[in-house]
Design a binder for this molecule. Sequence first.
Ligand code: 26Q
Length: 820
Amino acid sequence: ILSGADVRTGLDSAVLQQAVLDHLYYSLGRLPAVATPANYYRALALAIRDRLQQRWIRTSETYFERGRKLACYLSAEFLLGPHLGNNLLNLGLEQAAREALTALGQDLDAILDCEPEPGLGNGGLGRLAACYLDSLATLQYPAIGYGIRYEFGIFAQEIRDGWQTERTDKWLSGGNPWEIAKPDIAYEVKWGGHTERYIDDDGAERRRWVPYRVVRGIAYDTPIQGYGVDTCNTLRLWSAEAAESFDFQAFNTGDYFQAVDAKLRSETITKVLYPNDEPAIGKRLRLAQQYFFVTCSLQDMLRILDLAGGAIEQFAEHFAVQLNDTHPSIGVAELMRLLIDERGLDWDAAWTITVATFGYTNHTLLPEALETWPLPLFREVLPRHLEIIYEINRRFLDEVRACFPDDSARVARMSLIGEAGEKQVRMAHLACVGSHAINGVAALHSELLKASVLSDFHALWPERFSNKTNGVTPRRFLALANPGLRALLDETLGASWPVDLGRLRELESHIDDPAFRERWRAVKHANKQRLADYVQAHTGIVLDPDWLFDIQVKRIHEYKRQHLNLLHIVTLYQRLKTYPAFSFPPRAFLFGGKAAPGYFTAKRIIKLINAVAETINADPEVNGRLKVAFVPNFSVKNAQLIYPAADLSEQISTAGKEASGTGNMKFMLNGALTIGTLDGANVEMRDEVGAENFFLFGRTADEVARLQGEGYRPADYLAGDDELKAVMELIGSGHFSGGDSEVFRPLVENLTQSDPFLVLADYAAYVACQEGVSAAWADQEQWTRMSIINCARGGKFSSDRAIAEYAREIWGLQSVPIQV
Ligand code: 26Q
């Protein structure tokens, strides 16, 4: 007989089995005889959440008692991926769960597959935030993630007739067993209206904000369990609700429908994630989302400080707040408002606290991707913040003038308000001025930041700048995604590598062991078969796991150059059609990624990938050596099948454009070789593996800048290269589009007339480098050595390394072990 505590906390498979049955019966109201796999998923998820609960509560309690500094990671996106498998891994409960389900006649893998993933992010930036939460908990750092509980995450992508179509992502429709709503943790959020002067009780002159509207933000907490430790941190996501007091007002005047309408409008704020990974100009709702989650988060910190009896003057000793890009940078003005207007601090005291509190991470160098807000819109939504920003700017520009006398051009460049055309609030400038630390996300990116978009800030405050090269969690992206390799690593290195990723280096002592290499290849082969099965199920395309798997998965963007990859594929196709005896090792090209719904060129690139795929896959003259597949709806879930199956990872962005990349690291850790440019973290990956284990091509960031400065003309490259010319003509002719010569004309014209990302300039070097790849693949023993070395030298790219650097160099954070 099991005690009540056991069924909630017991860890062996028999108790777990009982717990699943209990939840089926009591939480879902189902008997096993009629339970679906989705029912079992939910019951098991609830049983696992029970097992996190004690650690979760103990962790919060310990942080509160110990009163140590708390890192607050503010991010508009957390691209978490499914929780169940990860929680089982981090708790060490996979085997017990598998046995429990087997005893119930269920298969754990089928059950795991039932979880809809919380896709609360667009791509790299959102996934980085999720990896960092995993590392913060695993390294036992007191930390909390703050963000937005979007009712609809990133859209689900479907491919129809080769085109991307978007479906809403109803990830909450089956309920979310991982979150706990905390309706008592709620804050008021003001909007619009005006500000006014008043005299306070002490006779001092002050300003107050008289809003037009108020909504409430409600906390929803999700546990973030560390790997192999008792730390279980919190991700707190805010959801918008109507503020009752305002409902009542309308209700009392008899306008019930207006009250309901106000409620609906309030709830719109957290309805949907913006699916662009670049700012679209002046979307009021987006500004509302940013302010909404930032004010709730800062008010929450003040409440925590009050509960702990801390003095407001000590705010920065209690909280280190990291801004994940400029999306939460309104926090700089909001913390000033809270400290001055609500807590009565004077300007200087408030400013010292604010700068000591914030750190700012930049994720882009593309000038068009720097966030700005049209001034009239900003004033309408946040009138008090605009006043505060003006005052920050006045004092800041005085400082600039003092350091650089008689340099009015510099003053105009650095101002928080852009004056070119319509006036704009420059959020990156606000973030820089309000933060004591500013960092880029890879060594090259941090250097380019200092030299280009933030050079004026670097000249003023060089001590604020540093680099924090991104990392990825080896728990989800190696141990969980690649069970075959995990078993081999456990056996070869012992069990500690997931938390001490430098130990992968010890693999190098096995590269000359033919039996080890054979096992390494067998793992990769099985992963390729697993992916081939998935691709066949979702596209009908059959892939052979003996072929070279060449994979590019990431958001579709011109700067990432999926079309350069396509030009290579069409080149091979053309060679085969022209010289049937042309010989190279057979290759399967896989693509995956979403395009922003309004991004015309990106959507056409997807169409071209599918058009080329259809033509090639159906042509018996080439499909014995070439296959192309577009994997629909790239997500964290299918990424876990894709990375482990790659032989070759495509990291081919125009040098100087990709801030870091993180997919590149996930491929590397799973033993893929990289073909890439000297961009983002590729540079550091190549430094780690050595030039001989990396396929490098293309112009450097300096060369790119020089070429563009001189006036780049793609026609020159076309004229000098008959093969390239023929490739472009083939695409333009309608060959891949059933004779339709219109559909790809915009792409062809873009490349041949302007080519903003130097696709044609790097084409010849890319094709030549790919010939080197084919030659290397022909020697399987040598390829396997290179594959092992890529994994072995990947340790630097653990998010544990990155987080330890943030904790020490920016946050001043101490780890706090949890004892349950
Ligand atoms: C901003 C304003 C309005 C609407 C949307 C946005 C928005 C949303 C998402 C702007 C940017 C993003 C996402 C950017 C992103 O994912 N950047 C990537 O960050 C990774 C983590 O640092 C890097 O590895 C990639 O190089 C970088 O492209």
